[in-house]
Design a protein around this ligand. Sequence first.
Ligand code: SF4
Length: 297
Amino acid sequence: MAKALSNNVYYEYERSGALVIIIRASMSCNALCTHCSTPPQKTYLLPDKAAIAVKNTVMLYEELNHEYPREIDIVFHGGEPMLLGTAYVTDLAYLMNKQMADVNIVYGMQTNLLLYNDWRKLLGSNMFSWRITSSYDFFSSFRKTKDGRNYFDTWYDKVKQYQDDSGKRLYTICVLSRENVNRVDEIMEQAYSYGLNIKLNMLYSAGKAKQMEKSLYITQEEYGDALIRAYRIWKTYNNSGFLFAQGYDFENIVNHGKPAGCPYISSCVGNIFCLLPDGTLYPVSYTHLTLPTIYSV
Ligand code: SF4
């Protein structure tokens, strides 16, 4: 089945240079991963407040870039954004369309997929066009469900439904740590055979991960070495539709002089903003800078 799947277009949007607004309306999650970087927060951003904040973000973008955005890429993030319910997203979309009728708004989501059944209709609609990303860390003990079910089995069951419904590979982020860095060849082979596209991130110290054993963190040299090994495996699948995000970036540098590493790199300055549950907004390239309660400006 994997060979018949096409690419998830999320990847192209990620590199489009359009205004990206990441909405983290709630940090609640229905999973219990031990390396979760999301700090617990009780606050929740209502759709009407989020719509005003988005509009204000567009005004800020205009101020920084001296042009009105032709397109806005809204990415729902969390916590687990599916917990917001589909009505949250459709209400917010309605309000944003009313306020900004002259701009094209596209939607995406980073999700653990556990509530996929409730969302499949909306994800397949013109709003999302199946543009979602998910995460799974192969050969790692970090991913946990709340009810003790095996994380991979629970997650992959939803992945298969997504693949059947959309006909697309699922863009999946895999965290590399001491537990799995030496198995990167197998990670690439599994990603291919499970019908995934893959991005390899390194474990970083944030949220719950700060309390983890220091020995679980890998060095930048180990990470770089793992990416090279992953690239070599990926090349053996050339032209199969299987995407390795960092491999693709690497080839873009060599062939076209495009930036690599973080997909946004220089294009993120003034383009990517993250909206938090308490209404604060931060420009992603300046994470030390937050703008207070922009929805009330
Ligand atoms: S699924 Fe994501 S947000 Fe939820 S606990 Fe795991 S890492 Fe954290």
